[in-house]
Structures are given as C-alpha cells and as structure tokens.
Design a binder for this molecule. Structure first.
Ligand code: PLP
Ligand code: COI
Length: 364
C-alpha cells in the first residue's frame, strides 16, 4: 500500500510548533498528520492514506470498546546531528505487530505496509522530530476491531493507523534511578494469556498495580509470574535486567508471558563488547532480593523504546505484611551506564551501527 495525502498538506505554524518542541512531555501533543488504512474480510486491506490528525466518528457499538480487540506498537524517529532522520530496527516492530495481530485475531498487516505507513508519517511530519539530548518523535501504530456488534467474536472489519508526536524521556531525565514496586498480588500475564502480544488490555490490567506502586512512592511496577509469584517477569511497559557482581547481564526468557522487547534484544547483542556476559534464564524473586542484600546483584535496570534504559534505584515490596525497601548496591551502576550510552549513541548516530540497525526515514 502507498500512504499519500489526497489533499494539499498543511502544517502547524512555526510558533505553535516551537512551543510544543520546547516542552513536549512524552507525546502530550500529536503531530499534524496520521497514516491510516482499513481492512475488511471482503476487500482485504484498502483505502490507505495520509490525513490530518483528527478525531474519528465511531459507533458506540464498535467492538473494540467492548472486548478490547486491539494491538499497538511503539517506535521512535531519531534526528542525527546532520539533521537526517532514522528509525531503529523498525522491521522488528512490524514483525511483532504481525504476531500480536495473530494472537488477537486481527488481520495481519504486511511488513512493507507497516514500514511504508511509518515512513510516510515521519516524512510528512519531519519538522516535528525534535533535536536535543534524548529527544525523539515517538510513533504509535495501532490496529483495532472497527465493526459494531455485541457478540463475542473476531471482527470482520479493522482499522490501522499510525499517530505520533515529540517525546522527551519517558521517566524523569532517563538517568535518575527509579524506585520500582514489586507486586506479588496482581499479575500482568498468565500462561496461555496475551503477555507476549502488545495489546491494550495488558496495559489496562496493569494500572491497578501501578496505582498501588504510586501509593508507595514508585513510578513503575515489576510483575512476577501469575501462578506462583516466585519468578520475576517484566514491568508494565519495559523489560527487566539485573547485573551480577561477576558481570553477568541477566534477563528472564520471553516464554509467552513477557513481551519480546526490541531494546532487550539489542542490549543482549551489545553486552559482550561491553565486557558483560548475557544470560537469558529465569530469575527467582528471592534470588534477586537476596542478591541485592549480599551484593551479588550489583545493578538492575528497566528497558524499552519509551524508557530506553532506566536504572533501578530500589525495589519496594511487601514481606510478611511489612513494606521493605531493597536498595541496589549501585543505583546508577557502571554497566547500566555503559549499556545506555552505547545504545543511545547508536540510535542518535554517534557510534558505529555495527549491526545495521538504523534505517533512514527517506528510503523506501
Ligand atoms: N515490555 C512491555 C510490556 C512493553 O510495553 C514494552 C514496550 O514496548 C517493552 C517490554 C519493551 O519493548 P521494546 O524494547 O520493543 O520497546
Ligand atoms: C514503548 O516503550 O514503546 C511502549 O509501548 C511502552 C509504553 C509504556 C509507552
């Protein structure tokens, strides 16, 4: 599909844009345009286009409002020092979008169409890609059941769109260690559930634990496995890593309940060159907390497209009815700092892209 505008393209005036770019928050403002396409059982994918960012009119009976048949992705456009614009491993987002669609009985969008939509939006709204340390343009491709009925079944019509806007770091300045609430009460995903799919319902169900975490001064929640609550899984919107005192970089396997993060995969690939031995294996919560106490777990961090690499300063958890705080020996440790630096330097074009992860926005 080709994502083009049928109308002459218009843009926000420079004053409005300059004000937004000066303080964008994490996508508190959306750029001027969006890419979109429709799907139906009879016609397949059709009506691709680039239109002004605008509200839609949807019938109250539209299936997505009732049964949450919806998926999404998140990826960033990076502006390099020479003003060129780049995407980071966007084919991985396209492929994960396909896996999420399959799990949620939504139509599978061809990889090339996903990439064409993302590129078309990044090109038309290039002026919205900020410059400056850790600033980017965050894109949100999404796909949902767009048919009005109340029976529980897969919709025969769906709508795909990509919206986006300028983004400052997701958590604080990205370097300040975050306090994380560990829940052993609520679950994000169970065996056979939708944990490995990037579907909206996973995030809605994380909000209650997130609110509990906020009550204990924490900005994010680390979830444990749903059946025993003995094993560490991931955060509501990020993967989890720990660093041991003998330089192992450990993250749990993404065996169905954990999102297969692109940042996670990139970090596992970068680790050996930074003197760290990557290890994908289950992490027991007891091992983590005991390791923090005896110093064998030196650092921990959360990672994702939005959060990049966020150091964890302290794990806050309930033990025998008491609230306990386990402070990491190094709240912003050397390994976390080195991984973060290497990743952002590749993304922003300051380090060699040895794995060919960057793609220019303009190529087709
Ligand atoms: N885990 C969850 C639940 C997420 O929402 C995200 C963010 O996309 C991640 C992990 C990290 O994935 P990625 O690095 O591909 O952004
Ligand atoms: C991302 O990192 O892209 C996500 O989708 C996570 C979300 C919490 C913003």
């Amino acid at each position: 599909m080709t994502f083009k505008s049928a109308q002459p393209v218009t843009h926000s005036d420079n004053d409005r844009l300059a004000k937004i770019l000066a303080d964008p928050g994490f996508v508190n403002f959306f750029s001027d345009h969006m890419a979109q396409a429709e799907w139906s059982l009879e016609k397949g994918w059709h009506d691709p286009g680039l239109v002004d960012y605008q509200p839609w009119s949807l019938a109250p009976g539209t299936a997505v409002f009732h049964y949450a048949q919806e998926i999404f992705e998140g990826l960033k456009v990076y502006r390099h020092a020479d003003d060129s614009l780049w995407l980071f491993r966007p084919e991985m987002n396209a492929q994960r979008f396909q896996r999420s669609a399959q799990r949620m009985c939504l139509p599978v969008l061809p990889e090339d169409d996903f990439l064409a939509a993302v590129r078309a939006l990044a090109q038309v709204d290039a002026a919205w890609v900020p410059k400056g340390a850790e600033m980017s343009y965050y894109m949100r491709p999404f796909l949902f059941a767009d048919e009005a009925f109340l029976g529980v079944h897969a919709a025969n019509k769906a709508r795909f769109a990509v919206v986006g806007g300028p983004a400052a770091p997701y958590i604080a300045d990205g370097l300040t260690p975050a306090d994380i609430w560990v829940t052993t009460t609520y679950s994000r995903a169970g065996n056979g559930g939708t944990g490995a799919a990037k579907c909206g319902g996973n995030y809605a169900s994380s909000l209650f634990a997130q609110a509990e975490g906020a009550d204990h001064g924490c900005s994010q929640v680390l979830f444990t496995d749903a059946s025993s609550h003995l094993w560490v899984e991931e955060l509501g919107g990020m993967n989890f890593f720990l660093v041991t005192s003998d330089d192992h970089l450990v993250t749990p396997p993404t065996s169905g309940t954990i999102l297969d993060g692109i940042t996670r995969d990139s970090i596992l690939t970068l680790a050996p060159a930074l003197g760290l031995t990557p290890q994908v294996r289950p992490i027991a919560l007891a091992e983590l907390l005991d390791g923090i106490a005896d110093g064998s777990v030196r650092e921990a961090f959360a990672c994702g497209t939005a959060a990049v690499v966020t150091p964890i300063g302290c794990l806050v958890h309930r033990h025998d009815g008491e609230i306990m705080r386990s402070a990491l020996p190094q709240s912003l440790g050397d390994a976390t700092r080195a991984i973060r630096r290497q990743l952002v330097d590749v993304q922003w074009g300051r380090a060699e892209d040895s794995y060919g992860w960057l793609q220019p926005v303009t190529s087709n």
